[in-house]
Design a protein around this ligand. Structure first.
Ligand SMILES: [Zn+2]
Ligand SMILES: [Zn+2]
Length: 234
């Protein structure tokens, strides 16, 4: 049962409909063209379903709005941000959107977020919080247990602000591995966030890990071990 408008975006109904629309709208050359700019949408995670008539807390249960193919456009993520910025939906205050960007280490989460995020957006990346707090003697990977409480408290403070939409930011991107489905679903529900899976294949993540300094391969392996059993990677 969908209890608020944010929950629609990680409901089975929505996922099923988007999958079907992607198939239907892929042209004979095998390309899915953005319904805003007309250019192909190459990566699955770069495609977002946009409601032409805006989804609100009053109409999210109305299937003619929420799940009506005629009301849904498949567009690039950047184009989506453009549209919401330009029209400033629902009058004075633009809705603040929250996205959880998840996937394997070295999948390109940070790179992708930086390609779509703008000046008034928040990027919350736990690895960066660690870097802000720990000493250089830790190197890139070492996360001292002694600092864990403090770093997690910082993270939770930010998550709280994102949850209640405190501040004047536009979009918030929460970047993390989130290999466990229950964990990311719970976090998404808590934050009213849409989930974005950076679905780079394991081989490519491993290849990138080897090109980096340090032992990133280990973290890639651990993530795939955790994410694989019973998860719905798609
Ligand atoms: Zn586009
Ligand atoms: Zn939209």
């Amino acid at each position: 049962m969908i209890g608020n408008k944010h929950e629609l975006y990680h409901s089975k109904e929505w996922e099923r409909l988007l999958k079907q629309l992607k198939l239907e709208r892929t042209n004979s050359d095998g390309l899915l063209l953005c319904e805003h700019c007309g250019k192909p949408i190459i990566k699955a995670y770069d495609c977002i379903g946009h409601h032409k008539a805006e989804l609100t807390d009053d109409n999210y249960k109305d299937v003619m709005i929420a799940l009506n193919p005629d009301n849904i456009q498949l567009i690039h993520f950047r184009c989506h941000n453009e549209i919401h910025k330009r029209f400033g939906f629902s009058g004075a205050r633009k809705p603040q959107e929250v996205y959880i960007v998840w996937g394997s280490p070295c999948s390109g989460k940070t790179t992708w977020v930086n390609s779509v995020a703008e000046k008034n957006d928040i990027i919350l990346d736990i690895d960066k919080l660690w870097s802000a707090v720990k000493s250089e003697s830790c190197g890139e990977f070492y996360k001292p247990n002694a600092l864990k409480d403090n770093v997690f408290a910082l993270r939770d403070l930010m998550l709280d602000m994102i949850k209640v939409r405190r501040g004047r930011w536009q979009n918030a991107y929460v970047v993390g591995g989130y290999p466990f489905e229950a964990d990311r679903e719970r976090t998404a529900a808590l934050l009213g966030a849409r989930l974005i899976f950076i679905d780079t294949p394991k081989e490519i993540c491993l290849q990138r890990a080897k090109e980096k300094d340090g032992d990133w391969s280990k973290f890639v392996e651990i993530w795939w071990e955790r994410a694989s059993p019973g998860s719905t990677l798609k």
